[in-house]
Design a binder for this molecule. Sequence first.
Ligand SMILES: Cc1ncc(COP(=O)(O)O)c(C=O)c1O
Length: 392
Amino acid sequence: MKIPFVDLHAQYLTIKEEIDRAIADVIAESAYIRGRQVDAFEHAWAKTLGVKRCVSCANGTDAIYIALRALGLQPGDEVITSAHSWISTSESITQAGGRVVFSDTDAETFTIDPGDIERKITPATVGIIPVHLYGQPADMGAIMAIAKKRNLWVIEDCAQAHLASYKGQLVGTFGNVGTFSFYPGKNLGAYGDAGCVVTNDNGLADWMVTFARHGGKGDHIMEGINSRMDGLQAAILNAKLPHLPAWTAARRGVAACYNELLENVGDVITPTVKSDRDHVYHLYVVRTENRDALREHLSQAGISTVLNYPKALPFYPAYAYLGHVPQDFPAAYFNQSRILSLPIYPEMSEEATTHVANTIAHFWGSESAKVIQLTTANLMAAEDRAPVVADN
Ligand SMILES: Cc1ncc(COP(=O)(O)O)c(C=O)c1O
């Protein structure tokens, strides 16, 4: 039984009529750039989150860049972000003229460690970008308390966390700005690139609208960039948005099924979810000491898996100039060779989920479960692993 990592076509088939009609409407109206579909999506997404403004843009990377520029980042300003993320988060800081300062992660949730944020603050620090990685909110209570105490702004990178919540409050609504990606494979995904920023600050929103549209239409009050969501993507997102709660529930169902079936299988550690957070399972990431061999076993069985990500950000060549060593980020470094993302998507059947779990159990055969505690106590025992090939 072949099992893909995600199945976007399966989702399309469930809403084919709505999508086809939405696309046909855009073509009939020639509303390719901006237009009513884009306005409608901005209003709908702001309403869904309960924020004043949503400003659409071309992708989730631009969203972070636009937010950084709106917050007035100056050359040499330091921004603290997670050592464990997709590179969009950190590269945007550099592109906006700032200096990237990585913080280690919580070993269990993979989200930024508030204790390490505090240790990394210097007089040059201006802001923090937590990432709600894999769909689990970062510790927003602690992060917002640090930001308030140290007078820092916060941009929440919500690219993987549509509708995730911390203590009942949706992510993207805590910081000065929340950024979203609608990349096709995201929990709410377009059929191409798309993204947005959300905020309750009208002044920031107005600045971001102007900046992302060449510094103003008609009257260029500044130099800006060209970062627009196109009408086709907005129409597709409008058609998909009403389904997002049900798709989120379906993802949680797949995760619950995995959790149950993988309990006590080999040394597999299923995702840790803090009691004050609602995980939306953009990714379902397990940890095991036998990651590479297990991955190969699954691949042989036709089951696709992904490494999100093969290395913690500070250890990529792009950041060699920072001169970091594993001891600087013990949790992120320890996890980088143990994490494995299993297939998950709303349309995934119980049969498929069970098949993946059984194939994992088969890897260990009849061996009794070897339980390994991945706690900070043994983090420093992390050894160098053979480098793994990057997955995007
Ligand atoms: C954590 C994170 N931040 C930002 C982005 C950037 O989004 P996009 O691909 O739409 O530019 C992504 C997308 O993969 C992401 O996973």
